[in-house]
Design a protein around this ligand. Structure first.
Ligand code: URA
Length: 422
């Protein structure tokens, strides 16, 4: 067997055998298959696709490339995943809600890259917060308080780590088979047998259309079933940022506001995700689960669970960082906010210091954006559209307001949740 034959076979749209997929993946991990050969194979997969059977095989081979976490000592545990968005702080909100309802969440999360943020960066913006717990401490914390969130270890699916880094720089990220196997190999390795995935659809997301989101969700549910994992996918709108705050400490602040009763789209989505997680974890109907979720937000239990979780991992929530400068960006037009471009704001937030272009870039944890207006709001010339937080000196006049599309008429409402698939 050789890699050139495998590349040519896929280039012609033929089906690869298990041995051929294993040869390519394991050979790439060992260094025998070179970057340029793997990127050529990945591009052939992007163009010709993979059958469902090839996708399940690829997922299993990637999964077996590293360590797997054994959560069986915890009983039933539920995990969640988001395919990535701007202002997506849902883990910080739903994990304490689920734990306050009596569920158990043992979660491994990642860092952000490019315009999307990562949960681990958000948690690390809390002074003292420890994201690297050893396995025993991690499991004990879940047993005692119902939740723990840690950073992914380097030994979890190393094949995905190496392949994802290559995809990122070779234009091969946006392939549904590759996304499905990448996400599911990591989720299966993380050990939970119940999983809720928030599949983001829209301008600020990896997946731009509902049709593609449905395809991805169907595949992930199928891969989950082949490994004994119950998967529910929530297909949700990511045309506009989620909530008002973008940037690490700013998102922690907004998560606390939601847990203390703030209403809006972000809260609605978190209630839906938490409902599905509680439904799977406690094996109760979604109707009962939603009631329990709403009760535990209203009575403050979810917020107290958040404080307990932050304290257990060494964080000092009363001391969140703030960047040196604040700049208000004013509207140059009057009318109605028709849309807010999540991708442009994600990039702006990254340039303010909240995100990284390269994995080794240092973050300014206090940096980011607070949106002062939301879709549908009426604005006048001179109203504040957004406030920028940064440690860089800027001229606010030079900041573009093109991320806010302002029109003469109020926009029609887009759904927040398109579909739930299981
Ligand atoms: N997130 C992942 O973990 N992998 C992908 O391929 C895309 C999004």
């Amino acid at each position: 067997m050789n890699i050139i034959e495998i590349i040519n076979k896929k280039r012609l749209g033929k089906i690869l055998s298990e041995e051929e997929i294993a040869y390519a993946v394991n050979g790439y991990l060992s260094g025998e298959v070179k970057d340029y050969q793997m990127s050529s194979l990945l591009m052939a997969i992007v163009l010709k696709g993979l059958t469902d059977h090839e996708i399940i095989t690829l997922t299993t081979i990637m999964l077996n490339s590293g360590e797997k976490l054994d959560l069986s000592s915890l009983g039933t545990v539920v995990d969640k995943h988001s395919t990535g968005g701007v202002g997506d702080k849902t883990t910080l909100i739903v994990a304490p809600i689920v734990a306050s309802c009596g569920g158990r969440v043992a979660k491994m999360s990642g860092r952000g890259l490019g315009h999307t943020g990562g949960t681990i960066d958000k948690l690390e913006s809390i002074p003292g917060f420890q994201v690297a717990l050893d396995e025993k401490t991690f499991l004990n914390q879940v047993k005692t308080i119902g939740l723990a969130v840690v950073s992914q270890t380097s030994n979890l699916v190393p094949a995905d780590k190496k392949i994802y880094a290559l995809r990122d720089v070779t234009g091969t990220v946006e392939s549904i088979p590759l996304i499905a196997s990448s996400i599911m190999s990591k989720k299966i390795a993380s050990g939970a047998k119940k999983l809720v995935i928030d599949v983001k659809v829209g301008k600020g997301a990896l997946i731009k259309t509902l049709k593609d989101a449905q395809k991805l969700a169907k595949l992930m549910i199928q891969i989950g079933a082949s490994h004994g994992i119950e998967v529910v996918c929530i297909l949700s709108n990511m045309d506009i940022p989620l909530g008002n705050n973008i940037g690490n400490a700013l998102e922690v602040k907004e998560a606390m506001e939601v847990l203390q009763g703030k209403t809006g789209h972000l809260t609605d989505l978190c209630i839906e995700i938490a409902t599905q997680m509680v439904h799977l974890d406690l094996n109760i109907s979604t109707k009962e689960a939603k009631k329990l979720v709403q009760k535990n937000i209203a009575n403050g239990n979810a917020y107290h669970k958040f404080l307990e979780f932050v304290g257990a991992q060494g964080g000092n929530i009363s001391n969140l960082p703030q960047s040196t400068y604040q700049y208000e960006i004013l509207s140059k037009k009057s009318g109605f906010i028709d849309t807010i471009d999540a991708l442009l704001l994600g990039n702006l937030s990254m340039h303010l210091g909240a995100g990284r272009l390269n994995l080794n870039d240092k973050l300014d944890y206090g940096a980011g954006i607070i949106l002062n207006k939301k879709v549908g709001d009426k604005v006048e010339v001179g109203d504040t559209l957004m406030t920028l937080y940064t440690s860089k000196e800027l001229n606010p006049q030079e900041i573009s307001t093109e991320s806010f599309l302002i029109t003469d008429n109020p926009p029609k409402e887009n759904p927040l949740i398109y579909q739930i698939m299981e």
